[in-house]
Design a protein. Structure first.
Ligand SMILES: [Zn+2]
Length: 191
């Protein structure tokens, strides 16, 4: 899929493998606004990590204004559906007092959406999805399956990925590493 915003080439993509010639079709271009909003989503992910939630952040933008945001928070909200994307969608609908979102919204999320979340984004008619890191185990926008291109939906969402991928992966890896270390410590104390 061709991205329509040809601005900043991500340096890590240029540097990824200096021996492989750069193929234009494998490059993704991002606008400075895309970078800014994904960085905001990463801040939300870190907020979640501080509360002991798996760090995923999401931000919904319309006309370069935030209309909804959230982070993965199933533990704190006692809600299995409180993934970052769903929290951001609900936040936007509550702020707008409308179940219909305005046209041409973009959802920035730090991790590839799951089955529930890509379904919700399609039903909410989000125009564009930008996600950072892939989720090889259960990602449904390319990793395990691509629900965004199924012909039976009556809305097509544009999907772009890889923006701030490394940063998002680092946050997730650090979170799980700390959690493993804390569990180990606890086991040692109880033994
Ligand atoms: Zn999800």
């Amino acid at each position: 899929m061709i991205n329509t915003l040809p601005f900043n080439l991500q340096p890590q993509q240029l540097m990824a493998d200096p021996l492989t010639p750069l193929r234009l079709e494998s490059c993704t271009f991002w606008s400075p606004q895309d970078v800014k909003w994904m960085q905001e989503a990463l801040k939300l992910a870190k907020q979640g990590a501080e509360l002991g939630e798996v760090p995923v952040g999401a931000i919904l933008v319309h006309n370069q204004q935030v209309i909804g945001q959230g982070f993965n928070e199933p533990i704190g909200r006692h809600d299995a559906t409180a993934h970052a994307e769903i929290v951001a969608l609900r936040d936007a609908c509550a702020r707008l007092k409308n179940y219909r979102l305005p046209l041409q919204t973009t959802l920035y999320v730090t991790l590839e959406p799951c089955t529930m979340c890509i379904g919700a984004l399609i039903h909410a008619r989000v125009d564009r999805l930008v996600y950072a890191a892939s989720e090889p185990r259960a990602g449904m926008v390319g990793s395990q399956m691509d629900l965004s291109i199924q012909p039976f939906y009556n809305h097509i969402i544009g999907v772009y990925h890889g923006l701030c991928r490394e940063h998002s992966s680092r946050i997730l890896k650090a979170f799980f590493r700390e959690r493993r270390q804390a569990a180990k410590k606890k086991n040692n104390i109880s033994n």
